[in-house]
Design a binder for this molecule. Structure first.
Ligand code: NAP
Length: 308
């Protein structure tokens, strides 16, 4: 079977750190081109400044991975889907829920694969956590996602703009795990969003959620953390405590702790290839819906200005 010719669109941090290596390591794909307005792209690969140019005059591609900020994803995805090109959407899949639903409908109509990727769901501890929790009664959940924005997102102006999600850019990863491992549906009860006086998006958020069985879920998101960073989810059940730490990579159960190799992006590309070969799409909007609910129902408080 011929490899799927793919272009990576948006050559920034995540494209270089994860997408290009994952594509190089998967024989189902061949990297046909990269697209980015300013970045010159990796050596030895055709590079274009825009997706328009790629479609009009670049090498032929079967698929694109959209690794741009979310605010420009809808236009790029629509352009690709109209030409029958399969689309991998980095998280979050769009800047609004309705544009992601519109993309999902379009992909369905034209019979092209659309994959809304949630990389944290492919962290090593997540699948076994989901299996273990499926047989438990959940009593309480605590999520602590605290990191230093200056370390992880230096100079990323888009992340502070409307549609950039602020602290929910990493926080949505926790929500993607939560909505995947919880046996029952989860919904938001209240939220407080702390927004720097010079920015449009929150630097911290405190969320109260619950599941339909009544289990309380608390989420503490903060981008002002210096020193040790936390990406932890603790679930108390009738059979003891489950802890996912390091963003889902490490799983602790009452029977012991498992550390496994990081296979998030290789897992995502294996899934994308399967979806394309099987003529299917996978577009789950649950994590983005919880973020939208936090913006819809959250109380906003103004906090000290943030400067990079
Ligand atoms: P980034 O470093 O700012 O890179 C984004 C790149 O998109 C920029 O380099 C820019 O290219 C390019 N771009 C902007 N508009 C474009 C357009 N219209 N067409 C083509 N390219 C365009 O951001 P990032 O950290 O890689 O994040 C990108 C996405 O990945 C976000 O949704 C983020 O949530 C997600 N993500 C990030 C991480 C992470 O650790 N950083 C992890 C997982 C997922 P030029 O430089 O050429 O202008």
């Amino acid at each position: 079977m011929d490899p799927i010719r793919i272009a990576v669109v948006g050559v920034g941090k995540i494209a270089r750190d994860q997408h290009l290596p994952a594509i190089a390591g998967n024989p189902a794909f061949s990297l046909a081109a990269t697209v980015s307005p300013h970045d010159p792209g990796p050596k030895g690969v055709p590079h274009l400044a825009s997706l328009d140019e790629l479609i009009e005059s670049g090498p032929a591609v079967d698929a694109v991975a959209l690794c741009t900020p979310p605010q420009v994803r809808y236009e790029l995805a629509t352009m690709a889907l109209k030409r029958g090109i399969h689309v991998f959407l980095e998280k979050p899949p769009g800047a609004t829920l309705s544009e992601v639903v519109a993309l999902r409908d379009r992909a369905g109509k034209v019979g092209v694969t659309l994959f809304a990727a949630w990389h944290s769901r492919f962290a090593a501890g997540v699948a076994p956590a989901r299996a273990w929790l499926s047989e438990r009664r959940i009593e309480k959940v605590s999520i602590v996602w605290r990191e230093d924005v200056r370390v992880w997102h230096p100079g990323q102006a888009w992340i502070w703009e409307p549609g950039g999600l602020g602290v929910f850019d990493p926080g949505i990863n926790a929500l993607s795990i939560l909505t995947h491992i919880m046996p029952r549906a989860v919904f938001l009860k209240s939220a407080v969003l702390s927004i720097p006086e010079n920015r449009a998006a929150p630097i911290a958020a405190d969320l109260s959620l619950c599941d339909t069985g009544g289990a309380n879920i608390h989420m503490d998101l903060d981008w002002r953390q210096t020193g040790p960073q936390s990406w932890d989810i603790i679930v108390e059940t009738d059979a003891g405590t489950l802890k996912l730490s390091s963003g889902g990579a490490v799983l602790s159960l009452p029977s012991g702790t498992e550390h496994n190799e990081d296979l998030e992006y290789p897992g995502l590309y294996a899934r994308f290839a399967n979806l394309i070969r099987g003529g299917r799409s996978d577009v789950d909007i649950d994590p983005l819906r919880l973020v939208a609910d936090a913006f819809l129902r959250g109380r906003r408080e103004s906090v000290a200005a943030f400067h990079d």
